[in-house]
Design a protein around this ligand. Structure first.
Ligand code: URA
Length: 439
C-alpha cells in the first residue's frame, strides 16, 4: 500500500478502503497507513462503518507484533501523555482485566504506597457484570473520583496513592474505538484489547505496570491460553515502550472474596487492610503488591507486615481523606435482603463467577448503560466458598437490594450456578495465581 498523490478532492494520504482490504486479505498494514487510519478515525474522516469493518478484519485475521505496537502508539498519540518525572518517587500501577468481586485495587494501592512508592491508579466505572473501582469507592460518603492533574500530582507526593477517574484527554482514539467495538461484536480481539488497555496505561506515564490477567467463567477471557496470549502481548507492548511490565494469570472461575457489589466490597477491603479478610483476597493482594514493589526496586519489602501493623491502613485513610471521603463514615446498607440456605449437607463444590456477577448486577450493583447510576448497597454477600463444609439450613449467600422486586431476576441468574457435593468428591482448590509472565 502506498501513499496516494494528494488530489484536489482529498488531502488525505491514504484510503480507508485500502487499509480495510489489506487487513481483510490477511496482510500486515504498513505503519504510515495504520497511523493515518487511527488519526483519521479520531478526526471523524474515517467513518464508524469503516472502522468497524477494519476492527472485524483484525478480529478475524489478527495483527503482527509490530502492527499492534504501531496501533497502540497511534492511540497514545491521539491524546495527552502524562509524566510523573519530577515526583522524585518511582511510579507503579496495576491493571486488572476485570472479574467478579475484584476489589483488589482498594487494599493494594495504599499497601504499595506505604513503602514510599507512588501508585497513580487511573480507574474506570463498571459496565455489565464486572464492577468498577470508582463505583465501589463512591460508596464512601464524600469521596471524589474526579481530580485535576495538579491534584493528582500533589496527592501522589503527599499520600503516595491516588485512585481517580482517567481524564478524557488520555487516548481519545481508544475511547471512540472501544465504544464502537462494544456494539459491533469486536471486543474480543487480542490485538484490540491489548492496544486499548496499554495505550491508556502508557499514556498515563507510569514507570512500571503489573497486569492481573484473569481467565475463567467470570473473566473476559474464559480460556487460559487466550488469557496467556493477551498477557504476553501486553507485557511486550509495555516493555517496548519503556514501561517495566509483568503479568499474573489469575483464576476467575469463582468470585473473589465473599463480597460482590460496591459498599460491601469496600467493607471487605478494609478488613484486609486491618490484617484480616478472606484468604483469596489477601493472597492476591500480597502477590500483586510483591510484583509491584519488585518492579519499583523494593523486592524485599515486608508486605504482610504492612497489613498486620496498620501502615497500609494509615495510607488508606490518608487516600480517602485526600479525596474528600470520610474513612469513618457508615457505608450504605440495603433496605431488603434475601438469604439462600443449604438444602443438603456436604461440601460446596462450585460457585460460578459469571452468574454471581450477573445476579449482583441485576440487584442494582452494576449498570446496563454508561449513564445509569449504581445502587451502592446492592450486591451479594457469600457466606461460604467452594471447599467449605455446610449443614442443612446453613446460609450460603445473601442477596442485597433496595427493592425486593429485584430478587427473582437475580435468583434466575443463579439457577444452577452453585452446588453442594459429597465430602468424598471434594477436590483441592486450584491455585489462584496460575502463571507469571515477564518480558
Ligand atoms: N478494557 C479496555 O480498556 N479495553 C478493552 O478493549 C477491554 C477491556
Amino acid at each position: 500500500m502506498t501513499a496516494r498523490a494528494v488530489s484536489s478532492q482529498s488531502l488525505e494520504a491514504f484510503d480507508a478502503v485500502d487499509v480495510i482490504r489489506a487487513k481483510r486479505d490477511g496482510g500486515a498494514v504498513p505503519e504510515p497507513a495504520l497511523r493515518w487510519m487511527v488519526d483519521a478515525y479520531t478526526r471523524g474522516y474515517v467513518s464508524d462503518a469503516q472502522m468497524s469493518s477494519f476492527a472485524m478484519a483484525v478480529l478475524l485475521n489478527g495483527m503482527e507484533r509490530d502492527e499492534i505496537r504501531v496501533l497502540t502508539d497511534a492511540m497514545i498519540a491521539s491524546g495527552e501523555r502524562m509524566s510523573f518525572a519530577g515526583l522524585g518517587k518511582r511510579t507503579v500501577d496495576k491493571h486488572s482485566t476485570g472479574g467478579v468481586g475484584d476489589k483488589i485495587t482498594l487494599p493494594l494501592a495504599p499497601l504499595v504506597a506505604s513503602f514510599g512508592v507512588a501508585v497513580p491508579q487511573l480507574s474506570g466505572r463498571g459496565l455489565g457484570h464486572t464492577g468498577g473501582t470508582l463505583d465501589k469507592l463512591e460508596s464512601i460518603p464524600g469521596w471524589r473520583a474526579a481530580l485535576s492533574n495538579d491534584e493528582m500530582f500533589a496527592q501522589l507526593r503527599e499520600v503516595g496513592a491516588v485512585i481517580c477517574a482517567a481524564g478524557s484527554g488520555l487516548a481519545p482514539a481508544d475511547k471512540k474505538l472501544y465504544a464502537l467495538r462494544d456494539v459491533t461484536g469486536t471486543v474480543e480481539a487480542v490485538p484490540l484489547i491489548a492496544s486499548s488497555i496499554m495505550s491508556k496505561k502508557i499514556a498515563e506515564g507510569t514507570d512500571a505496570l503489573v497486569l492481573d490477567v484473569k481467565f475463567g467463567s467470570g473473566a473476559f477471557m474464559q480460556d487460559i491460553d487466550r488469557a496467556r496470549e493477551l498477557a504476553r502481548t501486553m507485557v511486550a507492548l509495555g516493555t517496548d515502550s519503556g514501561v517495566a511490565t509483568t503479568a499474573l494469570l489469575t483464576d476467575m472461575n469463582t468470585p473473589l472474596g465473599l463480597a460482590i457489589g460496591n459498599a460491601n466490597e469496600v467493607r471487605e477491603s478494609v478488613e484486609v487492610l486491618a490484617g484480616g479478610g478472606p484468604a483469596d483476597v489477601v493472597e492476591l493482594t500480597i502477590a500483586l503488591a510483591r510484583e509491584m514493589l519488585a518492579l519499583a526496586g523494593r523486592p524485599d519489602a515486608d508486605v504482610e507486615g504492612a497489613l498486620a501493623d496498620g501502615r497500609a491502613m494509615d495510607a488508606w485513610r490518608a487516600l480517602i481523606r485526600a479525596q474528600d471521603g470520610d474513612p469513618d463514615a457508615a457505608l450504605p446498607t440495603p433496605r431488603e435482603t434475601h438469604t439462600i440456605t443449604a438444602d443438603r449437607a456436604g461440601v460446596v463444590s462450585r460457585m460460578e463467577a459469571l452468574p454471581f456477577g450477573i445476579a449482583a448486577w441485576r440487584l442494582g450493583a452494576g449498570r446496563a448503560r454508561a449513564e445509569d447510576a449504581v445502587i451502592h448497597a446492592a450486591g451479594i454477600d457469600l457466606h461460604v466458598k467452594p471447599g467449605d463444609t455446610v449443614s442443612v439450613g446453613q446460609p450460603i449467600f445473601t442477596l442485597l437490594a433496595d427493592d425486593a422486586a429485584r430478587f427473582d431476576r437475580a435468583l434466575d441468574a443463579l439457577d444452577g450456578a452453585w452446588s453442594i457435593g459429597d465430602p468424598a468428591d471434594a477436590t483441592e482448590r486450584a491455585p489462584l495465581v496460575r502463571e507469571r509472565i515477564t518480558a
